[in-house]
Ligand binder design. Structure first.
Ligand code: ADP
Ligand code: MG
Length: 309
C-alpha cells in the first residue's frame, strides 16, 4: 500500500441549531455521521454528493478549520482533529485549499502579487515577486497580472489566481471545494485542465469536492459518493461511473453526461444551440444554431491559453 496522505476515521460532526423558542431545545444537524476513508500519497480523490450532504464540513475538518464531534483525522501521519490553532502551521505548509467562489475568497483591496505572496509572507519569506511571477506563469497568467486587483479579472482568471495562491507555499496536498461550480460551463474545462496538469506536474495529492460527478471524473482517479453525511459508495472512478452500485450513485451518473460535451471542447454557443434545438424538437419545431444566444463574455475572453487580463 502506498504511503497514506490523509486518513479519516469514523468522523462525526453535529451542529447544534440555536433554539427557536425558550421552551424547546435547539435541534441538532448531523452533518457527518461516521465518515471513514484513506487517500494515498499522489492519489486524486473525488468526493461527490448533493448540496448539503456534508462535503464542505468534511473538507474544513481535513484542513483543520473545524473540529469533528468525534473521530480521527490524520494528515501525513499527524493527528490533527484535536490540535490547537497555534499548532496548525505545519498543516498550512502541507495542505492548501481552493474554494468555490474566487471573488469571495480573494481580498478585493489587495493586488494579485500580495494575494499570492500572502502565504509566503506568513511563513516569513520576503521579496517574493520572482516566485509570484513563476506562479502566475504556472496558472497561465501574464506577469502584468501581479499589479492588478481581483475585480479586473474574469471568473476563470480569478480562480487561476486562487490556485496560484494555494500553490505558493509548495504544498503536497491540494484540497478543492467545488472549484469550478461558480464558473461558466465552457470555462470549467479550462480550469479543470489546468488543475489536472498542475497536480500531475507537481505530484500533488488531490482531494476534490463537487456535486457534479462528470467534473470529478475529469480530474480524479477514485471517488467517494456521499449522501446525507455518509459515504455510500467508494472506488475507482471508472468502476463507479460504469457500474454504480448504490441507487444514489446511479442518479448521479444519470445526471453527469450534461457536462461531458463542454469538456469535449464544445463552446457555450454550440451548447446553447444544442439545448435550444433539443427543446424545440421536443416541441416538434426546428431551430437553427444561428438562433442561439451570443456566447458568455468569458468564453470570448479566454480563447488563448495566455490572454492578457
Ligand atoms: P455541502 O458542502 O455538501 O453542501 P455542508 O457541509 O455545507 O454541505 O453542510 C452539511 C449540513 O450541515 C447542512 O445541513 C448544513 O445546513 C449544515 N451546516 C453546515 N455548516 C453549519 C453551521 N456552521 N451551523 C449549522 N449547520 C451547519
Ligand atoms: Mg459545500
Amino acid at each position: 500500500m502506498a504511503e497514506v496522505a490523509i486518513s479519516v476515521r469514523e468522523v462525526v460532526r453535529d451542529y447544534r441549531r440555536p433554539r427557536t423558542a425558550l421552551t424547546t431545545p435547539g435541534s441538532v444537524v448531523h452533518a457527518l455521521r461516521g465518515v471513514s476513508f484513506e487517500v494515498a500519497r499522489g492519489q486524486r480523490f473525488g468526493i461527490v454528493g448533493e448540496s448539503g450532504c456534508g462535503k464542505s464540513t468534511l473538507l474544513r475538518i481535513i484542513a483543520g478549520l473545524d473540529q469533528p464531534t468525534s473521530g480521527s483525522v490524520q494528515v501525513g501521519g499527524v493527528e490533527i482533529s484535536r490540535l490547537p490553532e497555534r499548532r496548525l502551521g505545519f498543516l498550512r505548509a502541507q495542505l492548501q485549499l481552493v474554494f468555490q467562489d474566487p471573488m469571495g475568497s480573494l481580498d478585493p483591496r489587495m493586488r494579485v502579487r500580495d494575494i499570492i505572496a500572502e502565504p509566503l509572507v506568513a511563513q516569513g519569506h520576503r521579496d517574493n515577486l520572482g516566485r509570484v511571477h513563476e506562479l502566475l506563469d504556472a496558472v497561465g497568467l501574464q506577469p502584468e497580472a501581479a499589479d492588478r486587483f481581483p475585480h479586473q479579472f474574469s471568473g476563470g482568471q480569478r480562480q487561476r489566481i486562487s490556485i496560484a495562491r494555494a500553490l505558493a507555499p509548495d504544498p503536497r496536498i491540494l484540497v478543492a471545494d467545488e472549484p469550478v461550480s461558480a464558473l461558466d460551463v465552457s470555462v470549467r474545462a479550462q480550469v479543470l485542465n489546468l488543475l489536472d496538469e498542475l497536480v500531475q506536474r507537481l505530484s500533488l495529492t488531490l482531494v476534490f469536492v463537487s456535486h457534479d460527478l462528470s467534473v470529478v471524473r475529469h480530474v480524479c482517479d477514485s471517488v467517494a459518493v456521499m449522501s446525507r453525511g455518509e459515504i455510500v459508495e467508494t472506488g475507482p472512478i471508472a468502476d463507479v461511473y460504469d457500474a454504480p452500485a448504490h441507487p444514489y450513485s446511479r442518479q448521479l451518473v444519470a445526471a453527469a453526461p450534461r457536462l461531458q460535451a463542454a469538456l469535449a471542447g464544445r463552446t457555450a454557443a454550440v451548447l446553447a444551440a444544442e439545448t435550444l434545438a433539443a427543446r424545440a424538437s421536443s416541441r416538434g419545431a426546428a431551430v437553427s444554431p444561428a438562433a442561439a444566444p451570443a456566447p458568455h463574455p468569458e468564453t470570448q475572453a479566454l480563447p488563448q491559453p495566455k490572454d492578457a487580463p
